[in-house]
Design a binder for this molecule. Structure first.
Ligand code: PGA
Length: 249
């Protein structure tokens, strides 16, 4: 059976004091459950704090991005190996905010995916269409293109042990969630796409939904057969919300 996951994405939020209180609340409440993983992805400077506060808890931690490079003259970059040194298990790659605001191409995202895996991190590959793309009927074409770029660069076997996250751009931070049926249709299409090459890899691949997931809508999304959990932005900053989403998994 594939793992189910709830992963928080703090984005550009936090501060030492405020993290302290959030992490303490999460660590006190998250129970270990077989086959279920709870994690937070934090800004790089807080990896050390996440490690010290979460290492004896049921919660894993990670980063929201990694460099595609391993070392050298790349001012401002942080390598996957550096992130791994802080006990991180995960990193997001290809979040839509990275793709749109920081102009990351499919090819760059694919390189980052490979760098993460070589450093022993589990990449959480984010894919998703914009509203214009959805309205033009291009949803499946866009997400398959984003996924295929990784498969082409790293091989299908690279999906073993990885995590996929479907995040429609129009649902991120907007309060507008994809309906469970809308999300499930894309998750199913993604799984079938992988299954057309390897059914085992497809069956084992967790596919998370992200985009305005809240305590109040998590259960209906997670009840869908191909939705294996959630990638949570805004609601991951509020302990009660995030814990409620975890409880719904
Ligand atoms: P949101 O963000 O839950 O605030 O919509 C999700 C994400 O960007 O990962």
């Amino acid at each position: 059976m594939r793992n189910r996951l709830v992963i928080g994405n703090w984005k550009l939020n936090g501060g030492l004091a405020q993290n302290e209180s959030l992490l303490a609340k999460l660590a006190a409440d998250v129970d270990g459950r077989i086959g279920c993983i709870c994690a937070v992805t934090v800004p790089f400077p807080y990896l050390s704090q996440a490690k010290s506060r979460l290492q004896h808890s049921g919660i894993a931690w990670g980063s929201q991005d990694v460099s595609r490079f391993e070392s050298g003259a790349y001012t401002g970059e942080v390598s996957a190996a550096m992130v791994a040194e802080f006990g991180a298990k995960f990193t997001l790659v290809g979040h839509s905010e990275r793709r749109v605001i920081f102009c990351e191409t499919d090819a760059v995202v694919a390189q980052k995916f490979g760098s993460a895996q070589r450093a022993g991190l589990t990449p959480v590959l984010c894919v998703g269409e914009t509203l214009a793309e959805r309205d033009a009927g291009l949803t499946e074409q866009v997400v398959m293109r984003q996924l295929d770029a990784v498969i082409a660069a790293q091989g299908l076997a690279a999906l073993v042990g990885a995590v996929l996250a479907y995040e429609p751009v129009w649902a991120i931070g907007t309060g507008r969630t994809a309906s469970p049926a809308e999300a499930e249709a894309v998750h199913l299409a993604l799984r079938q796409h992988v299954a057309s090459v390897d059914a085992q890899v497809a069956g084992d691949l967790p596919i998370l939904y992200g985009g305005s997931v809240k305590k109040s809508n998590a259960a209906e999304l997670f009840a869908m057969p191909n939705i294996d959990g959630g990638l949570i932005g805004g609601a991951s900053l509020v302990a009660e919300e995030f814990l409620g989403i975890w409880a719904a998994l």
